[in-house]
Design a binder for this molecule. Structure first.
Ligand code: PMP
Length: 405
C-alpha cells in the first residue's frame, strides 16, 4: 500500500505556502527546508543556546546532549557501525578537503596515484590538486562514454595502475546519472584502493547503508538533504579516520597542548576543531529524522514519475540538446537550446518563475570535454508536483520560441 502523499509532503514546507508562484527546480544546488528543520534551529537558539563540550553548567550540558544526539541520529540514518565515524563539518567541500589533506603524507606519498572520474564536481578535483598533486601525487581521470556515462572498461583498466585512492561521485550533479557505486567500490577495493564517495547528490537519491556499501569514506552536505547550509558529514572507517591528519588545529581537537607540540584528541573530536555549527548540526539531524517519517522508496518512485513526465514533455519541444539520460537518473535533467547560451535560457525561465541553474555547475573540466559553454539544469525534488512539470515545460517552450524567433 502506498503511503506517500505528495500534497502532504509539499505542505511541510513553509516556502511553498509563502511563495506558491515559484516552480523551484534548482534542488541540486540546495533544497528547501521543512518546518521541522526551521523549528529545530529556532528552538535551539531560543531555548538551549550554549557552547558544547565545554561548560560545567546545565545549559551547556543540555546543548552537548542535543549535539551528540544528532551524531547518534545521523549514524543510525546511514547505518554506521560506530558514532565516532560521523565527523561534523561544513559540507561536502570541507569533507573532501579534509580527506585529501589528511591522507597526504600518511597514506599517500609522492608518486602515488589518485583516480577520479571525468564528471566530478570541482570539490572532488581541486582538493586533490591543492593537497596532493602539488606534492607529487598523480591524478588519473576515468573518461566518459559517448552517452556521458563513466566508462567502466576504462575504469577497470585504470585500476590496474594501482591507485592508492579512488574518489568519485555517487550521482553526477550535472547529468543526474547514478553511478554503479557498489560495483565500483568493490572493484576499487579489489585493486587495493581506498574509496571516497562524494555523496552530495547521492544521499538525496536513495537510502544509504554505509556498512553494506563498504566504501571507506562517504561525504555529503546537509543543505541538499533538507537541512541547514554550513553543515555536513564526513563518514569514514575508524582506522582510516585515525590516520587522517587534521586540516584544522584549535580547541576541541586536542588532548594536550604545549608550546613545543600538541597531542590530538580521540575521534570524532580530533577532526572537529573549534566551535561547530551547533544549531546547524541539530537542524541536520532534524532533517533526517523528519525524512524517515516518509517511505524513501516511494519518494524515489514519485520523483521517477515526475522525471518520466518531464522527459516525455521534452521530446515534444524542438531544438533541444538533452545531455542527461533518463536511465538511472536521480532527477536531474541538463540540456541546451541549440545555438543559445544557457544563461539566456535560465533567465527567460526565471522571468516565468521557474528556478533552474544555467552554467557549468562547478564541473568545468566536464564542459571542456563536451566542448560546451554550459547547460541548463532542471533538478527535481519530491515536493515538486506534476503541475511544476507542466509549467516548466510550457516555460521552456516559450523560451525556445522567443530565442529562436
Ligand atoms: N559534490 C557534488 C556532486 C555537488 O553537487 C556539490 C554541490 N553542488 C558539492 C560536491 C559541494 O557541496 P558544498 O558546496 O555543499 O560543499
Amino acid at each position: 500500500m502506498h503511503t506517500f502523499d505528495p500534497v502532504n509532503f509539499r505542505g511541510q514546507f513553509e516556502f511553498f505556502l509563502q511563495n506558491p508562484g515559484w516552480v523551484y527546480l534548482d534542488n541540486a544546488a540546495t533544497m528547501h527546508k521543512p518546518r521541522a528543520v526551521v523549528s529545530a534551529v529556532n528552538d535551539f537558539y531560543q531555548r538551549s543556546n550554549s557552547n558544547v563540550h565545554r561548560g560545567a553548567h546545565n545549559l551547556s550540558q543540555h546543548a552537548t546532549r542535543l549535539f551528540e544526539q544528532a551524531r547518534d541520529d545521523i549514524a543510525a540514518f546511514i547505518n554506521a557501525k560506530e558514532r565516532q565515524q560521523i565527523i561534523f563539518c561544513s559540507g561536502a567541500t570541507a569533507a573532501l578537503n579534509q580527506i585529501a589533506y589528511g591522507l597526504m603524507h600518511t597514506v599517500l606519498q609522492p608518486g602515488d596515484r589518485v583516480l577520479i572520474t571525468a564528471l566530478e564536481h570541482h570539490a572532488n578535483i581541486v582538493p586533490w590538486h591543492l593537497h596532493c598533486v602539488r606534492f607529487g601525487v598523480q591524478l588519473d581521470v576515468v573518461p566518459l562514454t559517448n552517452d556521458y556515462q563513466v566508462d567502466q572498461t576504462a575504469f577497470a583498466q585504470l585500476l590496474e595502475k594501482k591507485p592508492k585512492v579512488v574518489s568519485f561521485s555517487h550521482v553526477s550533479n550535472v547529468l543526474g546519472h547514478v553511478q554503479p557505486v557498489a560495483e565500483m567500490v568493490q572493484l576499487a577495493k579489489n585493486a587495493g584502493a581506498i574509496t571516497v564517495i562524494d555523496g552530495a547528490q547521492g544521499i538525496v537519491h536513495e537510502k544509504l547503508d554505509v556498512q553494506a556499501l563498504d566504501a571507506d569514506f562517504y561525504v555529503w552536505s546537509s543543505h541538499k538533504l533538507y537541512g541547514p547550509t554550513g553543515t555536513g558529514v564526513l563518514y569514514g572507517k575508524t582506522a582510516l579516520l585515525e590516520q587522517l591528519t587534521p586540516i584544522y588545529g584549535g580547541g576541541e581537537m586536542i588532548s594536550e597542548v604545549q608550546f613545543s607540540h600538541s597531542l590530538f584528541n580521540i575521534l570524532p573530536f580530533r577532526l572537529e576543531a573549534g566551535t561547530p555549527d551547533i544549531a546547524g548540526v541539530i537542524g541536520m539531524a532534524a532533517a533526517v529524522n523528519w525524512l524517515q517519517k516518509f517511505n524513501i522508496d516511494e519518494i524515489k518512485e514519485y520523483k521517477a514519475m515526475l522525471l518520466k513526465q518531464f522527459f516525455s514533455g521534452l521530446s515534444q519541444i524542438p531544438g533541444l540538446d538533452i545531455l542527461s539520460s533518463p536511465v538511472h537518473n536521480a532527477g536531474i535533467v541538463t540540456l541546451n537550446v541549440q545555438g543559445e547560451h544557457p544563461a539566456d535560457v535560465a533567465e527567460l525561465l526565471s522571468q516565468q518563475a521557474v528556478a533552474v541553474r544555467g552554467g557549468q555547475h562547478c564541473a568545468m573540466p566536464l564542459f571542456n570535454q563536451l566542448k560546451l559553454a554550459g547547460a541548463v539544469r532542471f533538478s527535481f525534488a519530491p515536493y515538486n508536483t506534476e503541475a511544476d512539470v507542466a509549467t516548466s515545460l510550457h516555460a521552456l517552450t516559450q523560451a525556445v520560441e522567443i530565442l529562436t524567433a
